[in-house]
Design a protein around this ligand. Structure first.
Ligand code: MG
Length: 165
């Protein structure tokens, strides 16, 4: 069954949101690489990869449903970061927006009785729980570390051990 135009449009918007998110994480990685926080930079690069995979999951799905992928312009990502805590707070805020967007898409698919899209989105709903959890965990730890260089370096090292997938 060919996908409805309004659902197709909403998925294209979601592809743009995931790619914008990947672009922002790359900008965050660049900030950390500049500050020699190599572990946080590694964490951000892996996160960038994940966002691209999210975009590609929607991209493949649209093709599976005989839909049209229409890529959009991306805004310049934020770059004027001031501390690791601020960066991860922004990441958490951005993941909450993505969650809200996925939930909106899910509700649209339900309204349109597009059961295949409803089913596909369940993976993303679970994934967003993980995304918010891992960003929140970093925010909480960075708040505990405060301005102590030793504590920040321990967290940086820990972030550097994050594995992909
Ligand atoms: Mg994502």
């Amino acid at each position: 069954m060919k996908i409805k135009k309004n659902v197709e449009k909403a998925i294209n918007d979601q592809i743009a949101m995931e790619l914008a998110s990947a672009y922002t994480y790359l900008s965050m990685a660049a900030y950390f690489d500049r500050c020699a926080f190599n572990g946080f930079a590694h964490w951000m690069r892996l996160q960038r990869d994940e966002e691209e995979q999210h975009a590609m999951r929607f991209y493949n799905y649209l093709h599976d449903r005989d839909g049209k992928v229409e890529l959009q312009a991306l805004d310049k990502p934020p770059h004027d970061f001031t501390s690791p805590l601020k960066v991860f707070e922004l990441s958490l805020e951005s993941e909450k927006k993505v969650t809200a967007s996925i939930h909106g898409l899910y509700e649209l698919a339900q309204k349109e009785k597009d059961h295949a899209t409803v089913s596909m989105l369940k993976w993303f709903i679970d994934e967003q729980v993980e995304e918010e959890k891992s960003a929140l965990e970093m925010v909480d730890k960075l708040k505990l570390a405060g301005d102590h260089p030793g504590a920040l370096l321990i967290l940086d090292k820990e972030a550097g051990q994050r594995s992909g997938g």
